[in-house]
Design a binder for this molecule. Sequence first.
Ligand code: NAI
Length: 505
Amino acid sequence: MYNGSLRFCFLPFDLTTQDPLRISKMVKICCIGAGYVGGPTMAVIALKCPEIEVAVVDISVSRIAAWNSDTLPIYEPGLDEVVKKCRGKNLFFSTDVEKHVSEADIVFVSVNTPTKTQGLGAGKAADLTYWESAARMIADVSKSNKIVVEKSTVPVKTAEAIEKILNHNSKGIDFQILSNPEFLAEGTAIQDLFNPDRVLIGGRETPEGQKAIEALRDVYAHWVPVDRIICTNLWSAELSKLAANAFLAQRISSVNAMSALCEATGADVSQVSHAVGKDTRIGPKFLNASVGFGGSCFQKDILNLVYICECNGLPEVANYWKQVIKINDYQKTRFVNRIVSSMFNTVSGKKIAILGFAFKKDTGDTRETPAIDVCKGLLGDKALLSIYDPQVNEEQIQRDLAMKKFDWDHPVHLQPMSPTSIKQVNVVWDAYAATKDAHGVCILTEWDEFKTLDYQRIYDNMRKPAFVFDGRNVVDEAKLRAIGFIVYSIGKPLDQWLKDMPAMA
Ligand code: NAI
């Protein structure tokens, strides 16, 4: 654990001189971007480092207002408590971006890095518009030396580009760039930040670069054991983040590929993944078959990796990683096809209840959620959808279903507005209302409450034959079959009904 040295915390660094650091003022951190990453990470730094003043700034007025209110803009277990302990003391949320940046010693940049939709690298490369504008602003408003920390996930060598923007100022200010990618997972962000597997800090291999790394390491060392703080060069840190997400997504696509084979052969994917995961070289985590992965990072980061491979003349490597995304898309299509083929090859005019819209449990985040593609697939076959998610509201669902691919990754006020809401979609606040008079139920998020619903009551109020399509393997199929449901669980032995109506992928 932290060894008690608070050197950095009271000693703002002066990177232009070799003088011992001056004891003069409280260290100030500013984070540009008050999103899923910026908000929770800065709240935890403020909690663990009471002597550091942390300001989180954003161009979105509504987001900052929400951070300053009783209803935070994101749902994350434990986040409210942390924010309430520090807000107004050493944690501040503000739209005065320039003021806080100019006063800060360390500036984290945690802004959106969407996938490009036009021009060179469209559909794969990262769009660094927001990053570049943040860097230019830092260069413009700075009056003192700063450490600038990449928190956003960025393509390898972004730091080099940012360094050029920052250091081509005429004021003689020195900027040290660090890469400190964030590994938190939504839904467990606070737990992950309190007890990270590792903190990764990449910097230049110069004395100034090493000094900057030390300064940031001292912040984390307040609560992270030093042997978990890994220091590397800039490029290794940037690439490690993309590689980690690619490996995680690859495990999901691997088990999902197995799930299709299990259905075809009568094996049970839960038994297979249990047996496979018992091998200590493989491990049990991230081996749950499902309707597919989602979230803001996996697809985007793999596309980014693919683009980097292509740009470096490695098409075989690019194709290898592309396949992880293709299997994910295949899994979603396969799920929709199962539903349609089981229900006599048409869902036109049929009410289908969608339980869960977020990309995973314990978050309200819907970015790249598989629910979007599943719902769009069912709407394409003219189904009537009744959607319930405990953390996602109607406006968000309508916006997601109307939005074009990749448009979600822009600040809220810059996202294209949904023209009109989709009439075949009804959003309700209760699983029983969603399933009433439905022909089928699709479970698309593994919320705990879906395990304990009164399925007898649901069955009694549904049209018959009543179907359950479990995209997260949360229900007890045997119990539901005993009630009378026809059940499809991913990668599990099929009901006779489903065997007779094979899904065409
Ligand atoms: P987000 O969309 O929730 O937050 C980004 C924020 O930046 C928005 O509130 C936006 O208004 C603000 N912003 C954009 N340009 C700005 C500017 N010039 N000045 C001030 N504010 C600006 O995004 P999120 O999820 O926090 O992700 C941020 C970065 O972290 C992305 O690169 C993402 O890939 C990466 N990341 C995300 C993780 C996640 O679980 N969400 C985990 C690890 C990394």
